[in-house]
Write a protein that binds this ligand. Sequence first.
Ligand code: PMP
Length: 341
Amino acid sequence: MFKLEQRLQNFKPYEPDTAEYRIRFDVNESFIKPDKGACERFASKLSAIDFNRYPDPYCFKLTRLYADYLGVNENQVVVGNGSDELLSLIATAFLKDNGKVLTLKPDFPMYKFYSSLRRAEVCEEEKKGTLAEIAKKVKPDIIFFSNPCNPTGAVIKKEEVLNLLKETSALVVADEAYMDFCGESVVSYTKDFNNLIVTRTLSKAGGIASARVGFAVANEETISVLKAVKSPYNVNALSQAFAEAVLEDKEQFLKNIALIKASKESLFKGLSAIKTVLKSPFTPQESGANFIYIKTDKSGEIKQLLKEKGMAVRAFEGFLRINAGSESENKELLEVLNENS
Ligand code: PMP
């Protein structure tokens, strides 16, 4: 009789928060919907899709558009069904049996999840000292980290990542899901270092989380491997068309990034002025991303308070994470927090 491994039974399905919310500040999406021009370009692409045929397996047009946005060669880019798919693929393809993975604490939990599924040993280290120092101690095969960090918003300078690349023979996966908001990308180093993979996404600054489009950028040899091991038609034709439509207007894309950054800055100012919520110190931290991480002993209570007003935020042990919303959304949030200082 088939018997499920205990190891697998311990994995629990992701449970999305299914409560009804009017305003979402909890999953770091963009508050800006795709503009009219992008929707019109999408509609015209849609009418040209042969729906009885499989899509382009290598997302030729989309790859070229995104490579152009990043200023890299198109042979250095592979597209995924969200960057999540590519992170999973990287763990599956590049981890050796009994391999060792280094992740930071706190950081995006999927690195640990995909590596554990691949039976790797996962070492979670606090970010004390430089990446190179931590790697020297742990001696991993693969290092995963987000930059800017989700959930803290902390930014690691390029020089520090460059130093890690020089010092380690491990594969370095720099997850730059939020790097459009911040100027410390190491994507240009992918030409020179064969141990670097950078992942990016259109779910945040790109404003099309619904379409699930992400990218991995590395040297051509590494990208050839990822193209060889991915499932053949991993990005559907609708998502390819939608992502192309958004990237075809680079000016609008950059304008949206500027709007989100401005919203984050004004939210940060508003939150910093509050000082206490539910009589507990409330301390927002500087962030290079589109969200703010706030130290508070009342994270669960504040989440509940906002939930009752139709607003979703993310609570962690001792912290809250709130993403930037539109001006009126931010205002509503700040009003509730101010009323409960
Ligand atoms: N990396 C980080 C750090 C993230 O926060 C997220 C989304 N929450 C992802 C990767 C996955 O993004 P996507 O699959 O939508 O591209």
